[in-house]
Design a binder for this molecule. Structure first.
Ligand SMILES: [Zn+2]
Length: 168
């Protein structure tokens, strides 16, 4: 789970492979969290229980283990599957690569924020810089999220305006 920064990757990727609709990129950037909702609904993963305040950041009430939605290994698998699917649909390796990278970017952002992302499955080491675990870190990652999101949206609209000029 995490913030709005994820969407930045979707906005920024759109000009690089414009064949894919923007909404697909935005959904792709949140793949891990969407899988988390699906997997907790079917009982494969446990819902995460947290408290949050601005002095302590986020505290986990129970140990978190979400290897299917947020493990490094499975994240690479989901990214690979998304990339392969895009490649099959668009018959373009570059499009597949870019969509795969957008899916995987979720894990990179989560790595900054969390400290409990499993490398593989149950029992494997959990990693992450854990910025969310202190008040200051949580503030920093929130600002970072907003800045990155603004940058992503800027890249998207610059490219759109450039295209509009070229086609007018
Ligand atoms: Zn997440």
């Amino acid at each position: 789970m995490s913030g709005l920064g994820h969407l930045a990757a979707g906005f920024a990727a759109k000009p690089a492979a414009p064949q894919i609709p923007l909404w697909v990129y935005l959904v792709a950037s949140e793949t891990n969290d969407l899988l988390y909702f699906v997997f907790t609904a079917v009982g494969l993963e446990k819902p995460v229980a947290t408290t949050m305040n601005f002095t302590e950041g986020i505290r986990y009430l129970e140990p978190v283990l979400n290897p299917w939605s947020h493990g490094l290994f499975m994240s690479a698998v989901w990214a690979g599957l998304a990339g392969a699917l895009a490649w099959l649909i668009y018959r373009d390796r570059r499009v597949g690569l870019i969509l795969g990278l957008v899916v995987f970017s979720h894990w990179i952002f989560d790595f900054l924020m969390h400290s409990n992302l499993p490398l593989f499955f149950a029992g494997s080491p959990q990693v992450g810089l854990g910025l969310e675990n202190t008040g200051l870190g949580f503030l920093a990652i929130t600002i970072f999220d907003l800045v990155v999101l603004a940058a992503g949206i800027t890249i998207y609209f610059r490219a759109r305006n450039r295209n509009a000029l070229q086609h007018s």
